[in-house]
Design a protein around this ligand. Structure first.
Ligand SMILES: Nc1nc2c(ncn2[C@@H]2O[C@H](COP(=O)(O)OP(=O)(O)O)[C@@H](O)[C@H]2O)c(=O)[nH]1
Ligand SMILES: [Mg+2]
Length: 456
């Protein structure tokens, strides 16, 4: 446990450092980017920068967010009251008692080093179709853990919402509430019921949506029971007795999650949020600078074609070509104002050479042979016959054209890399996400998300 706690704290610290690095980088990128930062770009990336700031603020507060989700009147607000141990939020049989998001502090009396924020939400069925999905996504994005509350039979709307939430890749507990009204509902039964839907929607497997141990049954606010009290003198009095909420199963599940992986969850979610924000920033920047980038790539393609074609020395033209490619990558990253060091540019070039192996091998390979041929033509004839010069110019222009084409390929791949790659640096969000996922223990709630998150 102690070892795990320090591992979790380390993850939290690394996430913190990563976000700080990103924020300091993008703030200076806004203030004095190498290319004049256009107002339009600043406006478009504003929300993404804000998202980075928010993620860091939540890490600073060490506040883990648990949101309720479910149809109107399934007992979301009652569940929150039951966890808090007092009637803090209004509940009721009338539709739509909860109108907006309400954030409540919860102290589950457990040493986790975390603050817990419970979020009460309006019912999923109060908003329809598209906007429901939008609301669900936006709440999920702000949450570290989701309590999906159902009561009674699971409906199609609930099943669809569950699938949508699964797509947001947030850990989820299915809370079956009002168990006092449905005493024979148990995990197995709920699971079988979900299975029915799953057969109908044969897209994702049920395991992808929920595992049996992620279902808890509770009674957040059991119905009052009418009792007859007969006094010794024979007078009969009717009164209502309010049974205590039964939420131990949920409390235990939450306490275990908080202790075992609370900090990791917090770190992971902050990093996912940071990664998405950074990829967004990169994508928008690249989009806005598209035409300038095209010009730069074309310019370098021309340079390289000429340099390679006129250079008569074996290998020097290859080297010249590589230098031109490196310079291209540097110019592109400068244009975008996205982070890239010379070392990374070199790495990138190696990656590009590997990933576009077929095409570039063609370039390098034919460059080599043509280079030999080109120099050979000069050596054998010493430039004195017109035939040799024609041969030289022939191979040279073919070689130049191929080299120029290679530059276009490199330019394109560089754009993709700059878009994704800014999060793959040493303290980059994607790098740390991968690291945390490789450290999770089986049987944790993060473990289930591993496969899905790894694919991104
Ligand atoms: N029988 C029973 N009723 C409940 C339970 N939890 C909540 N309710 C009732 O369900 C209704 C809706 O509860 P509320 O918490 O406002 O639902 P919300 O709309 O999901 O926030 C209220 O009348 C509650 O008293 C429960 O565990 N058992
Ligand atoms: Mg409510």
């Amino acid at each position: 446990m102690g070892q795990q706690t320090s591992l979790q704290s380390a993850q939290l610290n690394q996430a913190h450092a990563s976000l700080q690095q990103a924020i300091s980088w993008y703030s200076s990128f806004r203030r004095h980017g190498n290319s004049p930062p256009s107002d339009r770009l600043q406006a478009t990336v504003k929300t993404d920068l804000q998202s980075l700031q928010n993620a860091l603020a939540r890490l600073d507060r060490k506040a883990i967010r648990i949101s309720t989700f479910g149809l109107v009147s399934c007992g979301k607000s009652s569940l929150i009251n039951a966890l808090l141990g007092e009637e803090v939020v209004a509940t009721g049989a009338v539709h739509g008692v909860t109108q907006s998001l309400t954030i409540l502090r919860w102290n589950p009396s457990v040493e986790s080093g975390l603050d817990v924020e419970l979020i009460d939400t309006p019912g999923l069925d109060e908003v329809t179709g598209e906007s429901r999905a939008v609301m669900a996504r936006s709440i999920a994005q702000k949450s570290d853990l989701i309590l999906f509350v159902v009561a009674g039979d699971i409906t199609r709307t609930e099943y669809q919402a569950l699938c949508e939430l699964r797509d947001t890749q947030k850990p989820l507990i299915l809370v079956f509430n009002k168990s006092d009204l449905y005493p024979d509902q148990d995990r197995q039964k709920i699971y079988r019921q979900l299975q029915k839907f799953n057969v109908a929607h044969s897209g994702s497997s049920l395991e992808d949506i929920i595992a049996p141990h992620e279902i808890v049954t509770v009674a957040a606010k059991p119905q009052p029971i009418q009792v007859r009290i007969e006094s010794a003198d024979g007078t009969v009095e009717n009164s209502w007795e309010y049974p205590e909420p039964e939420i131990e199963s949920l409390k235990n599940a939450l306490v275990q999650i908080l202790q075992q992986e609370g900090k990791s969850l917090l770190a992971l979610n902050a990093l996912v949020q940071a990664r998405d924000a950074q990829v967004n920033i990169a994508r928008k920047t690249i989009e806005l600078r598209q035409s300038e980038a095209q010009e730069i790539i074309a310019k370098y393609a021309r340079y390289k074609a000429i340099a390679v074609a006129v250079n008569p020395i074996i290998f020097a033209d290859l080297l010249g070509g590589l230098i031109a490619d490196l310079a291209l990558i540097r110019s592109l990253s400068k244009l975008y104002g996205l982070p890239i060091t010379t070392f990374e540019a070199g790495n990138l070039l190696r990656r590009i050479l590997a990933s576009t192996g077929g095409l570039l091998l063609g370039e390098v390979g034919s460059s080599f042979f043509l280079s030999v041929g080109k120099s050979g033509a000069i050596l054998s004839s010493g430039f004195d016959s017109t035939g040799a010069i024609t041969a030289y110019l022939g191979t040279a222009s073919v070689q130049g054209a191929i080299a120029g084409y290679g530059t276009f390929v490199i330019g394109r791949v560089a754009q993709v890399y700059l878009e994704q790659g800014c999060t793959w640096g040493e303290m980059g969000a994607s790098t740390l996400i991968k690291q945390i996922l490789s450290q999770v223990e089986p049987k944790t709630i993060i473990y289930r998300l591993k496969q899905e998150l790894m694919q991104l």
